[in-house]
Design a binder for this molecule. Sequence first.
Ligand code: GRG
Length: 301
Amino acid sequence: MTSPNETFQTELDRVADLTNRHLANLLDRHLGGEGPAQVGEAMRHALLGGGKRIRPYLVIRSAALFGVSEEAAMPTATALECLHTYSLVHDDLPAMDDDEMRRGRPTVHVAYEEATAILVGDALLTLAFETLADPQTNPDPAIRNALVLALAKAAGTNGMVGGQALDLAAEGKSLGLDEVLRLQAMKTGALFRFACEAGAILGGADETQKTALIRYGKDLGQAFQLADDLLDHEGDAEAAGKAVAKDAERGKATLVALLGVDAAKTRLEEIVADAEEALRPFGEDAVLLMEAARFVARRKA
Ligand code: GRG
């Protein structure tokens, strides 16, 4: 019999394939003009070279709660993946985490050069907002504006960039639990939260529904990060990705280090339970989102 986890993986793979096709089309359209060939090639290397596509999946499934089709939600999902990929390209740079491999391939600054990697990140970040502002993404300018505003907040100084800055500043220092939670909520959680909020925006959700999806998105971000820390701790660093292994090497505070393994596992289960609670008002329609929370918490890579 197929387990719920296998069903979810099949569904994630299907949406990842769809996302990959849309990302390839987006780049074809975008690079079709007179753009610089080297940056274009490096953008393809970064954007089309693997990745779980979990954030696009969350956009698609959150929007589906309100009857929004996958085709209609896909431009927003691809915009978010562009932004996420920019953050990975810049995070891998020598001035940041200095990583040589990403998604099983050489990082952009290794495959090309540092200046190109900086430009690829800049170009993907800009393309994310160009995509959200494009009338083809949604015919309603109020919805496009809300998406642009929400992503800018999630990605900027009070979100992902701010979290990365706190992380860099924390190197060699010992942070407390609240500080680590805040840092992770900004660095990793903000884009998960946006993914679910975007579904609510696209679907014209009321405030209660939007609040519920934001709560779920925040929980998912925390579960994702905690699962990363646990994977790292349990010696599966290679599968978890080199960046995470480096966190431990550099003595950065993780929740596992602060709480201990058992308390971290208990906390992970509590977060998943809260995520499920947040989705309760959506009933059976939210079954796949509930599976996403369990999948994120139990993933092995
Ligand atoms: C450079 C502004 C700036 C921000 C960087 C994303 C990030 C912030 C740092 C990456 C370091 C890291 C490993 C964080 C842990 C969580 C995380 C974002 C992992 C990568 O996301 P996945 O696993 O990656 O969804 P794929 O490749 O599947 O898309």
